[in-house]
Design a protein around this ligand. Structure first.
Ligand code: SF4
Ligand code: FES
Length: 249
């Protein structure tokens, strides 16, 4: 298969970006999108040109690094699929493919397709954890019964890989789906109760400080999320946030 790639090139955060056109040939349908990008970069390096910078790590859908906007969709045309799990058979031979970085002011471009998602790390640092004093005699986790439905919902929330597709897809660049997943994975479990109210306050405050937009319930984030994180988590976070404001906990 042969493709024409139109790729966003930007030397650095302060530089002006532009779309550049690159032909790639000899691509097989079984190659992943990132393998196709590797073929392009091999070609660019052989020709003495600067390879395209893009983030990637696990290449199996679990690290959340492979952020790319492909033909106007986060992670490309397939639902519940990360860019690294997207195969070239999802495109037509001869197609022109547009590839851009996540676009949100809270995710500044580092270079080409790589963006700085440190804002997500700072939101987690603000409260996305459980403080456990493990000295002394901690209770065996298996001794705390958790209803199956709650465990399943907490697990579903915990599958968020922090990729940022929800932000990139949202017309407001809102991070509510991400933050609500990280709040819910604890709010649904007994272990998450002691810091539940302060956690939601601290994480939402940090989200606002980072410059993410407000949620207007369009639901695009849920559609484009590669892990199928539900909007129900946003409703739960809003309820907890309101309660934390009223109780002042
Ligand atoms: S909620 Fe979905 S789209 Fe957003 S960061 Fe988590 S996995 Fe990615
Ligand atoms: S490279 Fe890890 S999710 Fe795609």
């Amino acid at each position: 298969m042969d493709f024409t790639l139109k790729i966003w090139r930007q030397e650095g955060p302060q530089e002006q970006g532009r779309m550049e056109t690159y032909p790639v040939t000899g691509i097989t349908g079984d190659m992943s999108f990132l393998e196709m990008m590797d073929v392009l970069n091999d070609q660019l390096i052989r020709d003495g040109q600067d390879p395209v910078a893009f983030d990637h790590d696990c290449r199996e859908g679990i690290c959340g690094m492979c952020s790319m906007f492909i033909n106007g969709e986060a992670h490309g045309p397939n639902r519940k699929t990360t860019t690294c799990q997207l195969h070239m058979r999802s495109f037509k031979d001869g197609e022109t493919i547009y590839i851009e970085p996540w676009r949100a002011s809270a995710f500044p471009v580092v270079k080409d397709l790589a963006v700085d998602r440190g804002a997500f790390d700072r939101i987690i640092q603000a409260g996305g954890y459980v403080s456990v004093n493990s000295s002394g005699n901690p209770l065996d986790a298996n001794a705390i019964p958790v209803p199956k439905d709650d465990a399943d919902e907490a697990f579903n929330a915990a599958t968020c890989i922090g990729c940022g597709a929800c932000v990139a897809t949202c017309k407001n660049a809102s991070a509510m789906l991400f933050v609500s997943a990280k709040v819910s994975q604890f709010a649904l479990l007994p272990q998450g109760q002691p810091e539940r109210m302060s956690r939601v306050q601290r994480m939402v405050d940090q989200m606002d400080k980072e410059g993410f937009g407000n949620c207007t319930n369009t639901g695009a984030c849920e559609v484009e999320c590669p892990k199928g994180i539900s909007l129900d988590n946003i409703a739960r976070m809003n309820r907890d946030f309101l309660k934390s404001q009223v109780t002042g906990e």
